[in-house]
Design a binder for this molecule. Structure first.
Ligand SMILES: [Zn+2]
Length: 260
């Protein structure tokens, strides 16, 4: 069925160095009404270890650091003779693996001590829903490990991400992919909010910005992301800025030429 997925030559193992832990909920595709990570905003003191003010990722030259110049419209276009769900599936595969690699090098600075909550903005922590449907605050590394394990399990699940010729995507696939995008967005948001200096230290800001901009452009183009997903999220300011700059909406013609 999925030529793109078959072309990947098998499934990539998770490359996160920390030992895999299983989610206490391990949501299946049928449990999305109980998906973890419900948004919760706190009126208390900022949960971030960083002081308030303009975040570094909004400052020059970092805000425009990128490996890809111009718009992402061209590279997110669905190739001819591919199916929409195949195209979404293969892109999720890549976004997940690339984000997992970035987070893998940040695990030393994302610990239960430095990140006792899954922060994504000065007034925003995400919470996880446990077995009893209670919202609980988890340290960011635990939350992210649950998310990445959940996504990896989905990718490994032949009934969700089919790679065999005889199998097809289920009707629930669009719902599944939207939830995957929402959770991956939270991982991006935490890294920008809490670990951007570490990315700068690694000289990876251009690469990470390009990955995030590609993820956003794709997510908006294929209705995988919703504006509500950005409520209270610190990095929403960067998204707005990139829209202004034309990075996400195709107003800049890439150097490779052609209509966008
Ligand atoms: Zn962290």
């Amino acid at each position: 069925m999925s030529n793109f997925l078959r072309g990947l030559g098998g499934r990539n193992p998770r490359q996160q160095p920390q030992p895999a832990r299983r989610s206490p909920t391990t949501p299946s595709s049928a449990q999305f009404a109980d998906m973890p990570g419900q948004l919760q905003q706190y009126g208390a003191a900022p949960s971030s270890p960083h002081s308030p003010g303009k975040p570094l990722y909004m400052c020059q030259p970092f805000v425009k650091a990128a490996l890809v110049k111009g718009s992402f419209k061209t590279i997110i276009m669905q190739p001819k003779y591919s199916e929409r769900m195949e195209w979404i599936a293969v892109n999720i595969f890549d976004f997940f693996n690339n984000l997992n690699l970035f987070y893998g090098v940040l695990t030393e600075c994302c610990t239960t001590a430095t990140c006792p909550t899954m922060s994504a903005g000065p007034m925003l922590d995400y919470t996880w829903v446990d077995h009893n449907k209670r919202q609980i605050r988890l340290p960011a590394p635990t939350y992210i490990d649950y998310v990445m394990t959940w996504v990896q399990n989905l990718l490994d699940d032949e009934s969700t991400f089919p790679t065999k010729a005889a199998r097809d995507f289920t009707p629930n696939f669009p719902n599944t992919t939207r939830h995957v995008f929402k959770q991956l967005l939270r991982v991006f948001a935490h890294i920008y909010h809490a670990h951007y200096p570490a990315l700068l230290h690694l000289h990876s800001e251009g690469h990470f910005n390009s990955l995030f901009a590609h993820f956003l452009a794709f997510g908006f183009e294929y209705q995988q992301l919703d504006v509500r997903d950005f409520k209270g999220v610190g990095v929403a300011a960067l998204v707005d800025k990139w829209r202004e700059m034309g990075v996400l909406d195709g107003q800049i013609v890439p150097s490779t030429g052609g209509p966008v």
